[in-house]
Design a protein around this ligand. Structure first.
Ligand code: PEP
Ligand code: MG
Length: 570
């Protein structure tokens, strides 16, 4: 039995034969041309054909998989029509007199490399999409026909990397799982796998020694493990786990729309982390009772210019309306750290996570901050609106941020524009100083939301993006648990609610502990909601409180993990 470990990207277990999907990688040769006008026309024909293909894939995906997944191909269509990219290509053809294939390849590679070198994981993963679009155009320029009907029997797909269009073109019934050498948990392959309910392991670094229909593979998307040619007993036990997981998932999905109420009758609010309208729709389908974190920075990062106030109003309004009266927690811009916005031209910092990030940047840039606050207030005139400031380290920052918000309200009042007069104001607790002084901060806000992703890295002094130390930035570290307890207690003593929007809130192992600590609101990735609700329904709050008390006394995150697991097995 060969065992390979990778990153668990989509939960579940797949068992079956393998199929090695090889992507034809092809770098066009740069050749000199004479007639640049004819070359540009050739490019335009290829762009048009690529557009028709993408439109077709978009429609098939929408019908067979779903609206959200289809949006990926809509984004590809947008990339295909990107005026900046096309201008660059045309200019290269005109001035350097080179063939369209090479000009298009070079321009899209420059863009893909730019994305690939960003420290934000999500944006890095977008480089694959740019290359996918580029390969399509180049294929069409070369009249190359691609055959996608090769999966003759159900199989686990093995690949160096998978582009979204590869992923989606396999027949769903024949698709058992994905295993890739490269990629991370936020690559589109991972996103699509989760949406399709296909187990996936990515970033394994290697492929198994043999890949064929004659071997049997177990792909464990929960632990990130691949087992090649398992022995009889391993196979039998995985088959059993697979069967019970299927039954459990079907049950959870049926009840996801119902509220999460503990055995002793406490209703717990389960909301979603979103970044755009697609996420909002997925959140609602999975039973979200609102959003506990709308990350607004992505629309600034994805566009090549700073969106203006009216553009933001349109974007926000569509999302707010989707939630139709449910609570919407909008986090103001959290740029900096690992979220770079190249077009803002911000100076390079030697320690960006300890630098001019989040609220610090916004307070020094009213030209960025005020249009966003005005857009949130305007778009949310009839919304159950909560405004949340990120990276708060001191009470003074809250006072300053509130002052800017008040200025925006006064301006809108004077302009006789409709806006939300009374949004609730809260902060993220993600810096240890804020957690330690939560009693004071609670006097000037309406709610807290704990950001364990940052709180863990700052508490443990371990950069969350540095693979050598990320294991230290673990939210189950007793030091982090103690800070969480302190924040919840201080919030409750001051009469405000306390939520959590860090990844920890959607982790099955952490949910009972957080319930026991008295967390009021859990905000998580939409797909994690059905499981989270099911877990909460199995607990009694007093029982959870005893578990939490013991967890606070543990010495290591591993001890906390063992403790929580032992309670689950009881
Ligand atoms: C967090 O830090 O936990 C959080 C939710 O914010 P982000 O991951 O966007 O930094
Ligand atoms: Mg954060």
């Amino acid at each position: 039995m060969q065992v390979i470990n990778g990153i668990p990207a989509a939960a579940g277990i797949a068992i079956g034969p393998g199929f090695h999907h090889k992507r034809a990688s092809f770098t066009p040769v740069r050749v000199q041309i004479i007639d640049s006008q004819a070359e540009i026309e050739r490019l335009e024909v290829a762009i048009e054909r690529s557009g028709r293909e993408l439109q077709e894939i978009y429609e098939t995906t929408r019908e067979t998989v779903g609206e959200d997944e289809a949006e990926i191909f809509h984004a590809h269509l947008m990339m295909l029509k990107d005026p900046d990219l096309l201008d660059t290509v045309r200019q290269t053809i005109n001035t350097e007199k080179v063939n369209a294939e090479a000009a298009f390849y070079e321009a899209s590679e420059t863009y893909a490399n730019l994305l690939q070198n960003l420290s934000d994981e999500y944006l890095r993963a977008r480089a694959v999409d740019v290359r996918d679009v580029s390969a399509r155009v180049i294929r069409n320029l070369c009249d190359e026909v691609v055959d996608t009907s090769y999966l003759s029997a159900p199989a686990i797909i093995f690949a160096e990397d998978l582009a979204p269009s590869d992923t989606i073109q396999f027949e769903r019934e024949k698709l058992l799982g994905f295993f890739t050498v490269n990629g991370g948990a936020t690559s589109h392959t991972a996103i699509l796998s989760r949406a399709l309910g296909i187990p996936a392991v990515v970033g394994a670094g290697v492929l198994p020694d043999f890949i064929s229909g004659d071997h049997t593979y177990i792909l464990d998307g929960d632990s990130g493990r691949l087992i090649v040619d398992p022995d009889k007993s391993t196979l039998a036990s995985y088959l059993e786990v697979q069967q019970s997981q299927r039954e459990k998932f079907a049950e959870e999905k049926v009840t996801a729309i119902n509220p999460a109420v503990t055995l002793d009758g406490k209703r717990v609010e389960i909301v979603a982390n979103i970044g755009n309208l697609d996420d909002a729709k997925s959140a609602l389908l999975n039973g979200a009772e609102g959003t506990g974190l709308f990350r607004t920075e992505f629309s600034y990062i994805e566009q090549s210019v700073i969106p203006d106030e009216d553009t933001l109003v349109d974007e926000y309004r569509a999302i707010f309306e989707a939630f139709d009266g449910l609570p919407v927690v909008v986090r103001t811009l959290d740029i900096g750290g690992d979220k770079e916005v190249p077009h803002l031209g911000l100076p390079v910092e030697s320690n960006p996570f300890l630098g001019h990030r989040g609220i610090r940047l916004c307070l020094s840039r009213p030209d960025l901050f005020k249009p966003q606050l005005r857009a949130i207030l305007r778009a949310g005139s009839r919304t159950n609106l909560y405004i949340m400031f990120p990276m708060i380290a001191s009470i003074d920052e809250i006072r300053q941020a509130r002052k800017v918000l008040d200025e925006c309200r006064t301006e809108l009042e004077m302009e006789s524009v409709q806006f939300n007069q009374k949004p609730k104001i809260g902060i993220m607790i993600e810096v240890p100083s804020a957690a330690l002084c939560a009693d004071q901060l609670a006097t000037v806000v309406d709610f807290f939301s704990i950001g364990t992703n940052d709180l863990s890295q700052y508490t443990l002094a371990a950069d969350r993006t540095n693979s050598k130390v990320t294991h230290l930035a673990n939210a189950l570290q007793p030091a982090v648990l103690r800070l969480i307890k302190q924040v919840i207690d201080h919030g409750h003593n001051a009469g405000i609610w306390v939520g959590m929007c860090g990844e920890m809130a959607g982790e099955p192992i952490a949910i009972p502990i957080l319930l026991g600590l008295g967390l009021d609101e859990f905000s998580m990735n939409p797909m994690a909601i059905p499981r989270a609700k099911a877990i909460i329904r199995q607990w009694d709050t007093r029982q959870a409180a005893s578990l939490a008390e013991q967890a606070l006394q543990c010495e290591t995150p591993e001890d906390v993990q063992r403790l929580a697991t032992s309670w689950l097995l009881d």
